[in-house]
Design a protein around this ligand. Structure first.
Ligand code: GRF
Length: 234
């Protein structure tokens, strides 16, 4: 399977996907990593891993449809099967989602995924960790979901929970959540690669997954090995 990753910033989730591919935990390759931001560290991470990195600048491109058409050109040129949004700070257009919509082989699954740093539907949109700290919730986490035309509203594939500690800052909570993102996102990609995901309405089924992991508070249970919980990747 060929993955296209769209990333605007640091690219630590891209790194987790690159690492999982290199380790054989994901049966896929990152065919291209694309950023809309010149100098985004994500591009360097892709190059360092030997993957193709491309800049498609979005500044000055007012027309979202025209920008997404350029993205589609690049993703098609690299024969991408699945698009992973990883800290991609733009909304994609309905035409983009249609181009990577479900096919007969994907059992109702769209072909665009995203990771969000909150337990959706709580705290969608920007600054999800800041929203969680300000609201005073005791738990937050991350959500990997298929992308639809709303903001962080698509069908949920997997979620992992972390505690929100009394003296947490936005940054401390973000680091704790990122550790879980780096485990759960590659896992969701591998489920897709294995053809284990299907979607009916809003409900995503993971074929062959066990019960939710009560000890790790990940749902469905974790399968892939990953970073130790105490060492978030910078
Ligand atoms: C992550 O927290 C992700 O959930 C959010 O943006 C952040 C991106 O981090 N959408 P990175 O660029 O993958 O390090």
């Amino acid at each position: 399977m060929r993955i296209g990753v769209l990333a605007s910033g640091s690219g630590s989730n891209l790194q987790a996907i690159l690492d999982a591919c290199a380790a054989g935990h994901i049966d896929a390759t990152v065919a291209v990593a694309i950023s809309n931001v010149p100098g985004a560290p994500a591009l360097d991470r892709a190059r360092a891993a030997g993957a193709t990195a491309e800049l498609v600048p979005s500044t000055g491109v007012a027309d979202r449809a025209a920008y997404d058409a350029r993205l589609l050109d690049r993703l098609r040129a690299h024969r991408v099967d699945l698009v992973c949004l990883a800290g991609y700070m733009r909304l994609v257009t309905p035409a983009f989602l249609e181009a990577f919509g479900p096919t007969a082989e994907t059992r109702g699954c769209p072909r665009v995924m995203n990771v969000h740093p909150a337990l959706l539907p709580a705290f969608p949109g920007l600054h999800a960790q800041r929203q969680a700290v300000a609201y005073g919730v005791r738990f937050s986490g991350c959500t990997v979901h298929f992308v639809d035309t709303g903001t962080d509203t698509g069908p949920v594939i997997a979620q992992a929970v972390v505690p929100v500690l009394p003296d947490d800052t936005e940054e401390a909570l973000a680091a704790r959540i990122l550790t879980e993102e780096h485990r759960v996102y590659p896992q969701a990609v591998q489920w897709f690669a294995e053809g284990r995901l299907s979607v009916a309405g809003r409900r995503v089924t993971v074929r062959g997954s066990g019960a939710p992991a009560l000890s790790g508070l990940a749902n469905p249970a974790r399968e892939l090995p990953g970073a130790a919980a105490a060492s978030p990747r910078p």
